[in-house]
Write a protein that binds this ligand. Structure first.
Ligand code: FAD
Length: 509
């Protein structure tokens, strides 16, 4: 098994020749494209951290034979693995904002479960195709983008009802060697600088959508794949101390009659399993998003605390600064705790791997989606207007203006204007710039829109047992003044029902 370094990952991109364009120009060598460097840097960190002795416990996972692989390329086999995955994503995102590569971890986990499920029900052979693919990914230490979100067109219509039949990715041909797929996936993270794409359905399909029920993997440069990408972060922007170094590209990925051999097909026509697959991915991925945004929260907390100090208002001395920092911590650790709970309450699937608890992971993702805006507001309140008004580097470079800026924008004694401005720019970059807006949107919509999370949480929540419990309690309390001898001692549902009947009988009497 290979464990690439960051540099090896960057040079491995030269072995591929994808059809990529960015800002209207064709990219000839992805690894050298300045507009992608922040995104490439972020993925390189996921390779580098795996070589760092301090982080190997969470960055590496052991296979059955003891071989170590990057945890991002491994399945979770215990609740402890789920917890380590969460911690790993937090660590990566604390460095990079978004390590991007965790989407593939989540796709692999979902495919393991659902391919095994389909095989068990339908005697197909998808699980062994998946296992072979997993081995391929691990052997070469690959990074795959995960393409779930279809172009979708009119959101009120199902795939087969769209005016253009290619608005969801579909199978247009099946033959002895494989399938041919056509359509487009939108908003795909990291698309230009990965090795392969893992494609999953975005929603539950009906029988009429059978051709749209498809999941597969292809190299990034498979003939017919076209990538229309956005720049990653704010490359070469002197006012962006963070996102000139780390960011993520997203892309529209078009599959224009792309051939996929059968050994890379994980679902083809089994429409009844599309919802399960989409939901399994979402469950893993929303759990990862919790770790990712906790990493963002960590950065915002650290920078806000420093900004307060540079302003001469350390949280140790100023009550409202302390309260606002406390709120930042409450939000970050609050949603992170749901990720811990989702790990602890994880369950084993038919494939033997573990998935996080669906209610906890959906609620955690919902919390961060809405509360990321509060993180930004609190950081702004603590730091002051300089977050968006700091003079530009060009003005600071002119001696006369530079001197005035140094004199008048200085912070507490001992902190230079330059230090204060650098911290303000860092916070602007994360919370108030185009990149800040990006972090808001990725928190809100990445992994599904908030309504999708509410729906999933309600679907997985054991509502029936809660309703039953209340009806039961009402019956008992009515007669026995808040305590019921039988009910207090019953510990499982069967016994409960029996006891209820006895209570009803006594009430009737
Ligand atoms: C920065 C970023 C990175 C991303 N990276 C990836 C990635 O790597 N891979 C990937 O597959 N996806 C990725 N996504 C896509 C993400 O999963 C989607 O944005 C999300 O699922 C919402 O889909 P949408 O953007 O098409 O919005 P829409 O689905 O159009 O949602 C807009 C609104 O319409 C509502 N809505 C949608 N459909 C219906 C309906 N039928 N009935 C009623 N209301 C409806 C939604 O609830 C929402 O309020 C990324 C998104 C972002 C912002």
């Amino acid at each position: 098994m290979k464990l690439m370094t960051g540099r090896e990952y960057v040079s491995s991109l030269n072995e591929y020749n994808p059809d990529v364009q960015v800002r209207g120009k064709k990219v000839t060598r992805v690894a050298d494209e300045p507009l992608f460097q922040p995104g490439i840097n972020a993925i390189a960190v996921t390779y580098e951290l795996a070589h760092h002795p301090k982080h190997q416990d969470i960055m590496l996972a052991a296979l059955a034979d003891g071989t170590k692989v990057n945890r991002l390329n491994a399945l979770d086999y215990s609740t402890d693995d789920l917890l380590k995955k969460l911690e790993m994503v937090r660590l990566i995102c604390k460095w990079t904002g978004c390590g991007q590569r965790y989407l593939m971890h989540d796709a692999l986990g979902a495919l393991a479960e659902i391919t095994a499920m389909i095989d068990a029900d339908k005697h197909t052979d998808y699980f062994s195709a998946f296992q072979e693919y997993l081995l391929h990914v691990q052997k070469h230490d690959l990074t795959c983008a995960t393409a779930v979100t279809d172009a979708k067109g009119d959101r009120s219509k199902r795939p087969h009802e769209q005016a253009d039949p290619d608005l969801y990715v579909r199978v247009v041909e099946r033959n002895r060697n494989g399938i041919v797929v056509r359509g487009a996936k939108a908003n795909i993270t990291g698309a230009p600088y990965v090795h392969e794409f893992i494609v999953l359905p975005t929603r539950a399909m009906q029988k009429e959508d059978g051709d749209y029920a498809v999941s597969f993997a292809v190299p990034v440069d498979a003939p017919g794949v076209k990538i229309i990408a956005k720049p990653a972060g704010r490359p070469e922007d002197a006012e962006a101390p963070f996102s000139s170094n780390f960011g993520q590209s997203t892309a529209l990925v078009i599959f224009n009659d792309v051939f996929v051999p059968w050994d890379r097909v994980f679902l083809c026509g089994e429409w009844e399993y599309t919802g399960k697959l989409a939901e399994a991915f979402a469950n893993h991925h929303r759990h990862s998003c919790i770790g990712a945004r906790a990493g963002l929260g960590d950065m915002i907390i650290g920078a806000s605390a420093l900004m307060a100090e540079y302003n001469g208002l350390p949280h140790t001395d100023v009550p409202h600064i302390r309260r606002n920092l406390g709120e930042l911590i409450r939000i970050t650790e609050g949603f992170y705790a749901t990720g811990v709970a989702a790990s602890v309450y994880g369950r084993k699937t038919v494939a033997g791997n573990f998935v996080p608890d669906a209610v906890q992971s959906n609620i955690g993702k919902l919390m961060l989606a809405e509360q990321v805006y509060d993180l930004f507001r609190l950081a702004h309140e603590i730091s002051g207007g300089i977050v968006v008004t700091a003079p530009t580097p060009e003005d600071m470079a002119i001696p006369e203006a530079g001197e005035l800026i140094d004199r008048y924008l200085v912070g507490k004694h001992g902190v230079t204007a330059e230090e204060r401005i650098r911290m303000a720019r860092f916070l602007e970059d994360l919370t108030a710039s185009k990149e800040g807006g990006f972090y808001a949107l990725i928190s809100l919509h990445g992994g599904g829109s908030p309504e999708a999370m509410r729906m999933s949480a309600v679907r997985h929540y054991d509502m029936d047992s809660q309703k039953k419990h209340i009806l039961h309690k009402l019956k008992c309390f009515a007669k026995w003044e808040g305590t019921c001898k039988e009910c207090e001692t019953c510990v499982n549902d069967d016994l409960c029902e029996q006891e209820c009947e006895s209570v009803t009988y006594r009430q009737d009497r």
